[in-house]
Design a protein around this ligand. Structure first.
Ligand SMILES: N[C@@H](CCC(=O)N[C@@H](CS)C(=O)NCC(=O)O)C(=O)O
Length: 218
């Protein structure tokens, strides 16, 4: 059990898009934590004791409170401090942003998983790409009105969706770049080239029980 003055502990996995969005919000809110990089096939007992469902990210606070959903971690961090106004969309409401994130996680992510599955690019994968593309067209429409999904500055939805759009793009980069989605391509390029993203993506060795984790953000 962490001491009362200890930093919150974030169990994270560098390449996990859910963990990426949590790390982005921790950086944007300047929330210090102790990052423990995990290996998915060998999860630490400490993490499983705090969150038996065994997915990352997990945030364990000094008082023992556990947040085990990426979106909860984002909102908790941003409610503490939100200098970039990620919880204040210029267009629409926070509820609409949360609905967009729910559509990403509930509808888009399963298509992404089918599409990126290393296979023969068969009919199922082709259909998954088409269904995923329908969601991406919606994002393109939003981005034709403003540089970010809900106005002229980034919000929680931009940060929450970006790691998933990035994964989709990376399955077949030439195909993605050739789609009639210039604004989505520009939005993704700007995110991946950003200092914020660079700060969320350093490589850390896997945490070992008994060791101190990494002070994050650096
Ligand atoms: N709904 C969860 C999903 C998290 C999730 O599925 N994370 C994946 C990694 S990207 C995971 O930990 N999977 C467990 C495993 O692969 O063993 C959230 O938003 O945090």
């Amino acid at each position: 059990m962490p001491s009362a003055t200890a930093l919150p502990v974030l169990y994270s996995f560098r390449r996990c898009p859910y963990a990426m969005r949590a790390r982005l919000a921790l950086i944007a809110s300047d929330t210090r934590c102790e990052l423990r990089e995990i290996v998915l096939r060998d999860k630490p007992a400490e993490m499983l004791a705090a969150s038996p469902k065994g997915t990352v990210p997990v945030l364990v606070m000094a008082d023992g409170t556990v947040l085990e959903q990426s979106l909860d971690i984002m909102q908790w961090a941003l409610r503490r401090k939100d200098p970039q106004r990620w919880l204040q969309p210029e267009t629409g409401t926070l509820e609409e942003l949360l609905a967009l994130v729910a559509a990403c996680d509930g509808d888009f992510k399963p298509q992404l998983d089918r599409y990126k599955y290393p296979g023969r690019f068969d009919d199922a994968e082709h259909a998954a790409r088409e269904r995923g593309a329908a969601f991406l067209r919606e994002l393109e429409t939003r981005l034709s009105a403003a540089p970010y999904l809900a106005g002229s500055h980034a919000t929680l939805a931009d940060a929450a969706l970006m790691p998933f759009v990035r994964q989709f793009a990376m399955v077949h980069m030439a195909w993605f770049a050739a789609q009639p989605w210039p604004r989505l391509n520009a939005w993704l390029s700007a995110w991946t080239a950003s200092e914020l993203f660079a700060r969320a993506m350093p490589k850390y060795a896997a945490w070992k029980p008994g060791e101190a984790g990494i002070g994050f953000p650096r």
